[in-house]
Every structure is written in structure tokens, then in C-alpha cells.
Design a protein around this ligand. Structure first.
Ligand code: ADP
Ligand code: ASP
Ligand code: MG
Length: 417
């Protein structure tokens, strides 16, 4: 008998009919004799709807209240699924994050999981019930307040529960039948990837491929939990996210990702002297804001411009804090640009191959796409482009690296292969 964690995303539980479809899938696993924990998202559009309500009422809703509000979406779908399962004579019980002891730190709206006590989960499973857990949420032990894990956080709930319960299998059911070489909703000839390493998936997720939340892949990697990404609506092998394996080596560039959730902040004419950048980025780090690309221009008459990107939601609070700081340390002006997007190529093969970045830049240039900022790591190259060029840039890069072809047929291979 296996212990299986299945996670169903928003589209998968987006209507009562779809909840019935999910219930049938869950019932099948339960009838086989497996212990099943289901983690679900809010019905599609529900989290956005709740957020909009808050902003219609208030410009800066308190984050604690936002968390209580947003966590309700997942509770609704969890209880509806448990009700449906019971109506099919499958014993099921639903839980909130707090009820299963999903303990997090205190950072509202982007809390990190500290531990999962899981007593009630274990009790339910030992009684032969399906345990349905509301994803995306936890509780901060010190304050007793509900927290949420950041957008897309139900993936992380699922993988973390799989790790804590030492599950045999963690399946992420969604509206696509696996992880593709890029978003199949943007590039029609994107290819499904059979097996992908945690490291590549981690880069893809953090660079915007929202099929898995980044933290969920971090958990998978840390506790070595293989993750299967599959479709709720069709049968198929899906994609296995796992440790790096030999047969993955031939792939040079494995995927293209994009992220529209980026904004650029420019601090114009800050003093070019030791300690200034440290003060600026310490302040941003204190706020828990993820800074991505950073560019500092050449100094002119003792001052310089520093530009960096942050998630869109963090732009306004970051500017507010930095204004206060610049008043103290001196600096002329803060500018911002939300009409940007980031496109990235990812591949572990880049570690041992040169010329990848230049090929990416050339293909964008040949298509008349202007690159505003660049950052690279061992296994990725990212470029910031205008927001309205993002889709085209993704297609151009996907074509340039022949990602629609099976890896063996691509002309660009790793050295010596
Ligand atoms: P869920 O609601 O099930 O959590 P999400 O919308 O969060 O689903 O994630 C699935 C979506 O991720 C797909 O519909 C697809 O548009 C998008 N996506 C982006 N990049 C990729 C990729 N490389 N492979 C598969 N899907 C991707
Ligand atoms: N409902 C939350 C969101 O829309 C969490 C999730 O879907 O994973 O971000
Ligand atoms: Mg998701």
C-alpha cells in the first residue's frame, strides 16, 4: 500500500463538474488501497476575485487580513471535494492548513513552511479516509494568524506534505499534461519533457514557468521527492521532476521561460561611493523583496544610476521605503517601469558549452527585439524586454534552440556528443 499525495490546481477544481472529475480520480486511487492525501487550490479565478474585493475597498489592505481572506478559497474547494467524495461513498475529511499543523514563519503573503506536525492527517489516513487539505495556507505559531505561501503556493503545500509524510508519490495535476519546453499556451509546437532535473525545473519555475511554484521544487530537491506533473483531464505519462540523470546530459538548452510579473526600478544619480549599494539592497532585502537583475551605470561626476527588477507587487512598497532611505543618503530621483517582461533560456548543458548567450542575443537582435537588461548564471540566460515583445521573444528563442525537435535531432549539442 502506497501513500500518495495528489495536488489539483485551480482549473482542475474550477467548476462543480470538474470537482466531480477530480473526485473520480481520487476515488480510483483510494479503491486501489492506497492512502491518499489530496491538496487543492481555490477554484480558478477565486483568489484573484478575493484580492480584487480587498483592493476595491482599500488601497493598502493589511497583509494579515489578506491572508485570512485568500485562504478561504482553498477551504471552499477542499470541503466541496470532501463532500463529493463522501457522496460517492468514499470516506473523506477536509482540513485547513492550521488543522494539519502546517507551521510557517510570520511573513504574510509569502510565508515559508517551517514544519508540518500532521497528527490529524495521520489519524485520518489510519482510519482509511481520504484527507483533503486546503493548499496555499499555514499558520504562524507565535501569532496564531493564518498565513499564505505566495501565489501558486498549493504546489508547495503538496510537496511539503509529501516530504513530511514520507509519501511514495507526489502528483501535481494541472491543466497541461506535463512540463513543456516552454508554455504550450504561447508556443503551439512546444514539446512535453519526459524527465527534467530539479535544478532545471528550479530555474524554470523561478524564471516564471508557473506550472510549479519555485518553493515546491526546492522542497522536492531538498527531500528528494520525485514530482510527477500530469493532466487532470487526460491520461498520460506527464513529466517526472527528479535528480539529475545521465540521459539528461545531451540537452544543451532545455526550456524557455518568461515572467511578466516584473517591474524595473531606477535610482537616478545616487552617490557613487562605498556602502551606498549595500544600504539600498539591505533595505530591500529587509522587506523580503526578491531583487533579480541589477545594473549600475558608469559613474558621472561622482554619481551613478542603479536599476534593478522586482516582482510587480513589490514595486510600490519598495519605492516607498527607498524614497525614505534616499532622503537620508542622498539621491535625486526614483523612476519605475512596469511595462517589461523577462525571457530566459535554461539548460544544465550550458555549464560546459560556450556561445549559448551570444546565440540568444543574436536571434533576438535579428528579430528586432531590444534587450534592456541581461543576467546569466551557470544554467540560464535572462533578458528583460518590452512587455509587448515577450511572446515573440519566447517564440524566437524556442525556434533558435530548436526546442520543438526531440533533443537528438537538434543541431546544437553538447561538446563531444
Ligand atoms: P494550476 O492552477 O493547476 O496550479 P497553473 O496555471 O498555476 O496551474 O500552471 C499551469 C500553467 O502553467 C499552464 O496552463 C501553462 O500556461 C503554464 N506554463 C508556463 N510555462 C510552462 C511550461 N514550461 N510547461 C507547462 N506549462 C507551463
Ligand atoms: N489559489 C492560490 C493562487 O491562485 C494558490 C494556488 O493556486 O496554488 O495563487
Ligand atoms: Mg499553480
Amino acid at each position: 500500500m502506497a501513500l500518495i499525495v495528489q495536488k489539483y490546481g485551480g482549473t482542475s477544481v474550477g467548476s462543480l463538474d470538474r470537482i466531480r472529475t477530480v473526485a473520480k480520480r481520487v476515488a480510483k486511487a483510494h479503491k486501489k488501497g492506497d492512502s491518499v492525501v489530496v491538496v487543492d487550490s481555490a477554484m480558478s479565478g477565486e483568489t484573484d476575485r478575493l484580492i480584487k474585493h480587498a483592493y476595491d475597498l482599500c488601497d493598502e489592505p493589511p497583509e494579515r487580513e489578506m491572508d485570512l481572506l485568500m485562504s478561504s478559497g482553498e477551504r471552499v474547494s477542499a470541503s466541496l471535494l470532501a463532500i463529493t467524495l463522501n457522496s460517492m461513498n468514499v470516506p473523506a475529511i477536509s482540513f485547513t492548513g492550521r488543522q494539519i499543523g502546517m507551521i510557517t514563519d510570520a511573513r504574510h503573503m509569502k510565508a515559508r513552511i517551517r514544519r508540518i506536525t500532521g497528527e490529524r492527517l495521520r489519524d485520518a489516513l489510519s482510519e482509511g479516509m481520504v484527507a483533503v487539505v486546503a493548499g496555499f495556507q499555514g499558520v504562524n505559531e507565535a501569532s496564531g494568524s493564518v498565513t499564505t505561501l505566495g501565489r501558486g503556493g498549493s504546489d508547495t503545500s503538496a510537496v511539503a506534505i509529501a516530504a513530511a509524510m514520507k509519501a511514495d508519490l507526489c502528483e501535481i495535476y494541472t491543466d497541461v499534461d506535463g512540463v513543456y519546453t516552454t508554455d504550450p499556451n504561447i508556443v503551439a509546437n512546444a514539446r512535453r519533457i519526459d524527465v527534467i532535473s530539479f535544478d532545471e525545473m528550479l530555474e524554470m519555475a523561478s524564471l516564471g514557468a508557473k506550472v510549479l511554484q519555485t518553493r515546491s521544487v526546492e522542497f522536492g530537491k531538498k527531500y528528494n521527492i520525485p514530482i510527477y506533473v500530469k493532466s487532470t483531464f487526460t491520461e498520460g505519462k506527464g513529466t517526472l521532476v527528479t535528480e539529475e540523470q545521465k540521459e539528461m546530459e545531451d540537452v544543451l538548452v532545455s526550456a524557455v521561460a518568461y515572467d511578466r510579473d516584473q517591474a524595473k526600478i531606477t535610482l537616478a544619480q545616487v552617490k557613487d561611493k562605498p556602502g551606498v549599494a549595500a544600504k539600498i539592497f539591505s533595505k530591500v532585502a529587509e522587506m523580503g523583496v526578491n531583487v533579480d537583475m541589477i545594473i549600475q551605470n558608469t559613474s558621472i561626476k561622482g554619481s551613478t544610476d542603479i536599476s534593478f527588477t522586482v516582482p510587480k507587487n513589490d514595486m510600490k512598497p519598495t519605492i516607498k521605503e527607498l524614497k525614505a532611505l534616499l532622503d537620508k543618503i542622498g539621491g535625486a530621483e526614483i523612476r519605475s517601469d512596469e511595462k517589461i517582461g523577462k525571457v530566459s533560456i535554461i539548460g544544465v548543458g550550458m555549464r560546459s558549452h560556450t556561445g549559448i548567450a551570444s546565440k540568444a542575443f543574436m536571434s533576438l537582435a535579428d528579430s528586432g527585439i531590444n534587450i534592456m537588461m541581461i543576467s546569466t548564471s551557470e544554467i540560464k540566460v535572462s533578458c528583460v524586454v518590452a512587455a509587448d515583445e515577450v511572446d515573440r521573444a519566447v517564440r524566437v528563442l524556442h525556434d533558435a534552440f530548436e526546442l520543438a525537435q526531440p533533443p537528438k535531432k537538434r543541431s546544437l549539442k553538447r561538446k563531444g556528443k
